[in-house]
Design a protein around this ligand. Structure first.
Ligand code: HEM
Length: 402
C-alpha cells in the first residue's frame, strides 16, 4: 500500500498517485468531467487535471504554453526534473528533427517485417502456459510480450528481460511515489545504454541501438549526429514507451475478455473483428496519462491556469467523453466511430502506434486461438491497478477452461 493523505475533494485536492486513483480513476474522472472538467490540487507543487476531450485536444496543440519539457507530475519539484527523453521531452522546433530520425524504424514496413518473429515468440509463451489451469495473464503473458520484443529490437540478450521489467516498474511506478527509486533506475538504464552504444561502435548490428547510434537530426536543411545524451535518452524513452504501455493494454484486454464472455466469444467466432476490437480496448482501457509544464498563464476549458505549475492530460478521460462517444462507458468491440486519444494527439502522438497495434493483434489472436475459453479466477473487484502515468492491472489471475 502507498500511504498518503486521503483526498478531501477530487476537484480541489486530487492525488493521481494514490491507490484509490489507481483502482477507481474511471469513476473519479466521470464525476470530474461533469462537475469540474479542469481540476486542481495543491499537491505536487500545484497541478491541474484536464478531463474533457476538446480541452485535451486544444491543449496538446498549444506547445508554446504547455511544454513537454516536464511530463512527470509527481513529488519531484519541476526545477529538479532534469531527465531528457527525446523526443517526448522536447518542444518544437527541437522536437521534430529527433522524432523524424526515429520514425522510420516504426513504419508499417518495418513493423510487418518483425511480425513473424512476434508470432513465434507468442507461440513459445503460449506453449509455456499450455496445460496449466491457473495462469496470471499479466505476469505470465502480457508483460513478457513487449519485454521480449523490445529486447529483440534493441538487439540485447533475452536474459535482460527481467531487468527491463524491474527498471520500467522502478521508473514509472514505484519511482513516481519515491523519487530515489526512479533516480536509481534512471542511472542504471543510462549506464546500460551507454555500454550498449559502445559495443555497437565496435560491432554494428541491425538493431535499434545501432540505428540510434548512427541517427542524424536534420535541422534547417543540414544534418548532425545525435549527441550522446540524445542517443541515451531516445533509447530510454523507447524502452519505457515500448514496454509498459503495451503490457498494460494487453493485461487490460485479457481482464476484459475474462469478465465479458460475450465479447470473448465474438472475437473467437469473428476473428476479423480484432483490429476494431483493439481500437475499442485502446479507447476504454487507455493506459497513458501524461503531463505538461505550463510556460505561460493560459485558459483551459474556461478555467485560468497558472504558469509554473503542471497539468495532466487524461487521455483515458477524453476517451469516455460523452460529447464524443455514444455510450462511452460500454465496450462495443464493433464500435464504428472511434477517434480515441489513446495514442495522444498533436506532435507527440505515439511514435510506436503501428508496433503496438501489431503486437496487440498477434498476442490476442494467438491467445484466443489457443485458449478460446477462460475466466477471471478472482472477483473483478479484487484486481489492483498500477499507480503512475501508465495504468494497467497488476495481476490478471485466469482460469483456463476446457
Ligand atoms: C498500447 C501501447 C501504447 C500506448 C497506449 C501509447 C501511448 C502513447 C501516448 C498517449 C503518447 C503521447 C505522449 C504525449 O502526448 O506526451 C505516446 C508517445 C510516444 N510513444 Fe507510445 N504508446 C504505446 C506504445 C508504444 C510503443 C510500442 C513505442 C515504441 C517502441 C512507443 C513509443 C512512444 C514514443 C517514443 C513517444 C513520444 C513521441 C514524441 O514525443 O514524438 N509507444 N505514446
Amino acid at each position: 500500500m502507498n500511504e498518503r493523505r486521503p483526498v478531501e475533494d477530487w476537484a480541489t485536492d486530487f492525488d493521481h498517485l494514490s491507490d484509490e486513483w489507481a483502482n477507481h480513476s474511471p469513476d473519479i474522472l466521470a464525476d470530474l468531467r461533469q462537475r469540474c472538467p479542469v481540476a486542481h490540487t495543491e499537491r505536487f507543487f500545484g497541478a491541474y487535471l484536464v478531463t474533457r476531450y476538446d480541452d485535451i485536444d486544444e491543449l496538446s496543440h498549444n506547445t508554446a504554453a504547455f511544454s513537454s519539457r516536464i511530463t512527470a507530475v509527481n513529488e519531484n519539484h519541476p526545477d529538479n526534473i532534469k531527465i531528457e527523453l527525446p523526443p517526448i521531452t522536447l518542444d518544437p522546433p527541437e522536437h521534430s528533427p529527433i522524432r523524424r530520425a526515429l520514425l522510420p524504424a516504426f513504419n508499417p514496413r518495418e513493423v510487418a517485417a518483425i511480425e513473424p518473429w512476434v508470432a513465434e515468440m507468442v507461440t513459445r509463451l503460449l506453449d509455456d502456459i499450455e496445460g496449466r489451469e491457473l495462469v496470471d495473464g499479466a505476469l505470465d503473458f502480457a508483460q513478457l510480450v513487449p519485454v521480449e520484443l523490445m529486447g529483440k529490437m534493441f538487439g540485447v540478450s533475452a536474459a535482460m528481460g527481467p531487468q527491463f521489467r524491474t527498471w520500467v516498474d522502478e521508473f514509472l511506478k514505484d519511482g513516481q511515489v519515491d523519487i530515489e527509486i526512479a533516480r536509481k533506475a534512471s542511472r542504471e538504464v543510462q549506464a546500460y545504454f551507454a555500454d550498449q552504444l559502445d559495443q555497437r561502435r565496435e560491432q554494428p548490428a541491425d538493431d535499434l541501438v545501432t540505428m540510434v547510434l548512427n541517427a542524424e537530426a536534420v535541422e534547417d536543411g543540414s544534418s548532425r549526429p545525435f549527441s550522446q545524451r540524445e542517443r541515451i535518452g531516445a533509447l530510454f524513452v523507447l524502452m519505457l514507451g515500448g514496454i509498459d504501455t503495451t503490457w498494460s493494454l494487453l493485461g487490460s484486454a485479457l481482464f476484459h475478455l475474462a469478465t465479458h464472455p460475450a465479447d470473448r466469444e465474438l472475437l473467437v467466432n469473428q476473428p476479423e473483428l480484432i483490429g476494431n476490437a483493439i481500437e475499442e480496448l485502446l479507447r476504454f482501457y487507455s493506459p497513458v496519462t501524461i503531463g505538461r509544464y505550463i510556460n505561460e498563464d493560459a485558459v483551459v476549458g474556461g478555467c485560468p491556469v497558472k504558469a509554473g505549475e503542471r497539468i495532466l492530460l487524461s487521455f483515458p478521460s477524453a476517451n469516455r467523453d460523452e460529447t464524443h462517444f455514444d455510450n462511452p462507458d460500454e465496450v462495443d468491440l464493433q464500435r464504428a466511430q472511434n477517434r480515441h486519444l489513446g495514442f495522444g494527439i498533436g506532435v507527440h502522438r505515439c511514435l510506436g502506434s503501428n508496433l503496438a497495434r501489431m503486437e496487440m493483434k498477434v498476442a490476442l489472436e494467438g491467445w484466443l486461438a489457443r485458449f478460446p475459453r477462460f475466466e477471471l479466477a478472482v472477483d473483478p473487484a479484487e484486481i489492483r491497478w498500477t499507480v503512475g502515468p501508465v495504468r494497467g492491472p497488476r495481476m490478471v489471475p485466469l482460469r483456463i477452461l476446457a
